[in-house]
Design a protein around this ligand. Sequence first.
Ligand code: GTP
Ligand code: MG
Length: 331
Amino acid sequence: MIFKNFIDKIKIYCIGGNGGNGIIHFKKKNKKIGKPDGGNGGKGGNIIFIGNKNIYNFYNIKNKKFYKSYNGLQGMKNCKNGKNGKDYIINVPLGTKIIYNKKKIKIKKNKKKIKIILGGKGGKGNNFYKSSINPKSIKFSKGKKGKKILVKLILKINNDISILGLPNTGKSTILSLITNSKPKIDNYFFTTLKPNIGIYNNTNDSIYKKNYIIMDMPAIIKNCYKGKGLGNKYLKYIKNNKILLLVINCNNIKNFYKQYFILKNELLKSKIKINNKKIILIFSKYDKIKKKDIIKIKEKINKKFNFCFFSSKDNKKKNIYILKKKINKLL
Ligand SMILES: Nc1nc2c(ncn2[C@@H]2O[C@H](COP(=O)(O)OP(=O)(O)OP(=O)(O)O)[C@@H](O)[C@H]2O)c(=O)[nH]1
Ligand SMILES: [Mg+2]
């Protein structure tokens, strides 16, 4: 699944740092050459993947194809080893599967580290090679090159919730208020042209399985199943959704049932099975209607419906809390 700003699969090359060379050096004693004291080279750095609960996909990684860690430094005089190369750290979202050399490792927890040893060994200095037979050794070895491997990253995240509704009903506004997403919101039809993705944190917990993708879909209109508007182009993505949030604009209370039936009809005709999905009706923009009309809607709604009222103007954010609670109950 690839949408703008959302990447859940990526291949990168990880390259270890080179080992530093060993050196040839001799102690100087009264201007005479003394014992060998050339140090060993440092090890090359490795690649470390770290689970980071604040990132949600591989968008931060996509700009680079090659990730190389730092080289070890060469040995020094006085038998000192060169500095090891620093490891290169790649932050990945929780739920990332790391696949390389037929190994598969999943990162589930925040700050969890997976180290892939790729750094080359450091070379040896002439101090290492000195012996009773060869006390003035001039032998040294070069550092080994870092290894290069192809790493596949796949994000396994639950793709279970979609927001659907007629144009301009406040779908993207809802997404922006219950997830981290910042979709385009405007007062005209079809502001949303492609699904917007938001990550829904069921709780503030960092465990990956409690993160869900919510998709805010382009508006559905009558005869969308025949290809009208934009809606049905993307409806295939909701086939396996568990929960549908159907947004009904209660601006015009007389037609709220009509809105619901258009949505239901279009979904059925687009061959989306809705019987096995849980549905929450969201009556949006309720700030635009009178209190008595809210009561009327409540009376009219069949008790079988799971519904709530929503308004972006609710300063106390009570309706966000209620909607999230309803979603959590169904997950
Ligand atoms: N008064 C009021 N206005 C709202 C509310 N929610 C959204 N709006 C406004 O309604 C307009 C449409 O909002 P969007 O969130 O873009 O609606 P949408 O359903 O995503 O629209 P499309 O993507 O075009 O189908 C914007 O001007 C919003 O600011 C609300 O609860 N109350
Ligand atoms: Mg929209």
